[in-house]
Design a protein around this ligand. Sequence first.
Ligand code: ZN
Length: 318
Amino acid sequence: MAPDVLLALDYGGTKLSAAIVERGAHEWRALERVASPPQHDARYEQTTMCALARKLLGDATPAAMGISFGGPVDAARGRVILSHHIPGWEDTPLRDQWHAAFGAPVSVDNDANVAALGEYTFGAGHGGASLLYVTVSTGVGGGFVIGGKIYNGADAMAGEIGHTICDPRGPVCICGRRGCVEAMACGPAIVRDAGERLATNANAVTQLRELGGTRGNLTAADVARAANDGDELARAVMEDAARALGFGIGTAITLMNPVRVVIGGGVSKSGERWWRVVRASACSNTLPQMRVEIVPAALGDDAPLWGAVALAEGSIRE
Ligand SMILES: [Zn+2]
């Protein structure tokens, strides 16, 4: 089987996934996914991922491998720069390590870029010449695909739409600046904004008060659900978050003029109203001659794995 099989790996931070697929196929031959324990390190991830790959492949060698990594990657050199969550990944030659293990061509990139390539090749971006992928969950990440290739930029940092600024006087972002899209539109930003409004509107009637006050563990999904139930405070929170995201997407559209923008991540499941505000806000921040085609991601959690398949295929052609 080996010459026709591609191996796809996804280092997801909280989970590790590995899959094999026959070249040209659109369904997995086999997929393995394991949740990582709360405290773990790079060595644990490497040992576990190696075991998953061996379980899928046996003694066979894949035709090529693609790897998605949840952190900054120097794709040209095939090295992980670091992980923001898992210790021990600093300056790791991931491509060379896997090449040494299997002797097959290996290509590696960061998860937002690889997911972008996955959606471009197999998902919601299929058929277009260019794509901007945006993922909105605990942060806001992004990736550009132009002419079938990930655009990495000079410092392997391209596509950081989450850290474009939409309000210079807005809340402080994890990057240290103010009013980044991420600081206003990601899940934790939605929860923070809801908490602040609850504190400053002591008399507002809202179902979030019980969720946020009594339980003390409000989630962005709770706020989205309340907004869709007609809760006014929740609706204002969701609309402001959607407006900030749409503003950032509009900026990106103005610079790049992509055929399509694909949005994935948990917050993108916030309902029709959220999508309407994102689209309207993006539209108002682009030139009228530009297309604003903004659609939901199609591949869900598998986007990085399918992107890894496309990376593997590309590494054979190179
Ligand atoms: Zn930022």
